[in-house]
Design a protein around this ligand. Structure first.
Ligand SMILES: [Ca+2]
Ligand SMILES: [Ca+2]
Ligand SMILES: [Ca+2]
Length: 144
């Protein structure tokens, strides 16, 4: 009986403390959809300041969780993908994992590296698109 009470307390405690105020919980991780806009590099800095990182989309389930909120908020967001260091080789900035070994959901002809200047991953109602890193848009931070 005692262990059940302790367990119930633990579960309640965990769900209350799962994420900080304003962060959304999914599959053991916490996500912040920003209210402000930043460049991709600026976004990375803000997430880091929160002890987080620009969101890394590891699989379709996480992708759909984020996409639903992107559609609901009707804004465009930076997430943590980039090919800044090696054109065409997309990696997640925090974990350094290559998209080719994980998951991607590029839309249409993306990534098209338009004008040779698109090196950061943007998530919008359109899905995944590479865009120009200095553009100021909203961003999604993720915390383990
Ligand atoms: Ca993730
Ligand atoms: Ca590029
Ligand atoms: Ca593009």
């Amino acid at each position: 009986m005692k262990s059940i009470v302790v367990l119930a307390f633990f579960i309640t405690f965990q769900s209350i403390l799962a994420c900080d105020d304003g962060w959304l919980s999914y599959n053991g991780h916490c996500y912040l959809f920003s209210h402000d806009i930043q460049s991709w590099i600026g976004s990375e800095g803000v997430c880091f300041h929160f002890g987080a990182y620009l969101a890394e989309i590891d699989d379709n389930a996480e992708d759909m969780f984020l996409q639903n909120f992107v559609n609901m908020f009707a804004k465009t967001y930076w997430v943590g993908g980039t090919d800044l260091s090696n054109e065409g080789d997309w990696i997640w900035a925090n974990s350094k994992k290559h998209f080719s070994r994980t998951y991607d959901r590029w839309q249409g002809n993306e990534p098209n590296n338009k004008h040779g200047l698109e090196n950061c991953l943007m998530l919008g109602s359109f899905g995944w698109n590479d865009s120009t890193c200095p553009s100021q848009v909203n961003y999604i931070c993720e915390k383990n």
